[in-house]
Write a protein that binds this ligand. Structure first.
Ligand SMILES: Nc1ncnc2c1ncn2[C@@H]1O[C@H](COP(=O)(O)OP(=O)(O)OP(=O)(O)O)[C@@H](O)[C@H]1O
Ligand SMILES: C=C(C)CCOP(=O)(O)O
Length: 322
């Protein structure tokens, strides 16, 4: 039943496009960040301590002979229930912004081509991420929101398919969704951010916590390129959706932050992340925004509530008023 309290889901993680790709270089994966992140996810969700069993039996350009399926007798490949969502980074945003897919235009040749090119690019990244997770022994399966029937109305989420994600989890597999180009009932098409997909899943499935991985240590009071930017340690969200900074004390009670996004970012960058994180927190789920590939990311995966984080943890906590 959708909307039910289901604490058997440990965590929903967003692999930010800025974290796992080089966002300013067309279709370029940050291999090192992706590999560390997949290893940290395996360490956090694995229910057994033995070495990982690769589930990627595909042929590779570097290793042309596909690996032999291993003898899996007696091996445990079960994991805790995690959901993974990823952003597009340098896969998808370039194509979408060149043709304004986020603003519609599916009836024009450029709009149609942009929609197709965006989906080719972002589903390519999904394939790369699913393979990287599978080679760590995580039973990952790709789920494209467009194909699963997710759509918007005036760019706000209208249709979703949370039940399909539940079914995948019930089969002890790990769903890997992503931001996508989708149909929009008023403007034809748009870009649905992975941040919004994560928010909807968190609202309906109520994981113990949610983690946004990105390429900076957390949310700052202004773009981190400004040398005076201060990292926000904790944001408190009120019942009406308004929020205030509670830590550090020097910024306490301040209610806004300055953000900026790359010119080709079609989904609003850090500003979207903060507002979606606030909605998740309002539904009672703690949100941690943290830098990918760091020990703080691993700690965030493993800590089901903010009380489990150590004093040395670096990142931003977004939580409901207590
Ligand atoms: N106030 C701010 N605090 C933190 N980061 C900020 C702020 N303003 C701008 N940024 C920028 O936001 C970027 C991260 O947001 P972005 O939406 O690109 O992340 P992502 O979710 O990892 O990527 P994607 O949307 O492709 O999935 C950082 O690179 C940072 O420079
Ligand atoms: C550009 C596309 C296809 C998806 C954007 O998702 P996001 O990077 O999570 O905002």
């Amino acid at each position: 039943m959708e909307g039910a309290q289901d604490h058997s889901i440990r965590c929903i993680v967003k692999l930010g496009g800025a974290a796992i790709t080089r966002k300013h270089e067309l279709e370029c994966v940050d291999e090192e960040k992706l590999s560390i992140t997949c290893r940290q996810l395996r360490q956090s969700m694995s229910l057994n301590c033995s070495l990982p069993v690769s589930m990627d039996w595909s042929r590779d350009i570097e290793a042309p002979n596909p690996p032999e399926p291993l003898d899996l007798q007696g091996k445990n490949v079960d994991t805790e229930r995690f959901i993974i969502v990823h952003g597009a980074g340098s896969f998808g945003h370039f194509q979408a912004s060149r043709s304004n897919v986020h603003k519609g235009g599916l009836e024009t040749a450029l709009g149609k081509a942009g929609f197709v090119a965006t989906r080719i690019s972002v589903t390519r990244l999904n394939h790369i991420i699913v393979r990287a997770l599978a080679s760590e022994g995580i039973p990952a399966v790709g789920v494209s929101p467009f194909c699963a029937g997710w759509s918007t109305r005036s760019r706000a989420l209208e249709q979703h398919n949370v039940s399909m994600v539940k079914e995948i989890l019930d089969s002890k597999l790990i769903p890997v969704l992503h931001g996508d180009a989708v149909f929009d009932s008023t403007q034809g098409c748009t870009i649905l951010s992975g941040d919004v997909v994560l928010r909807k899943l968190a609202q309906d499935l109520k994981p113990l916590h949610a983690v946004f991985l990105t390429d900076v240590p957390g949310v700052y009071d202004r773009p981190p390129s400004d040398k005076d930017a201060v990292l926000l340690e904790e944001i408190e969200v009120h019942r009406d959706g308004s929020w205030i900074i509670t830590r550090p004390g020097s910024l306490s009670l301040k209610t806004g932050v300055e953000t900026e996004a790359a010119a080709h970012d079609t989904t609003g960058g850090m500003a979207t992340k903060i507002s979606e994180a606030a909605i998740i927190a309002m539904s009672g789920v703690d949100v941690f925004i943290v830098e990918a590939g760091t020990p703080h990311a691993l700690e965030a995966f493993r800590s089901s509530s903010r009380y489990e984080l150590s004093n040395a943890w670096i990142g931003t906590i977004v939580r409901a008023v207590s």
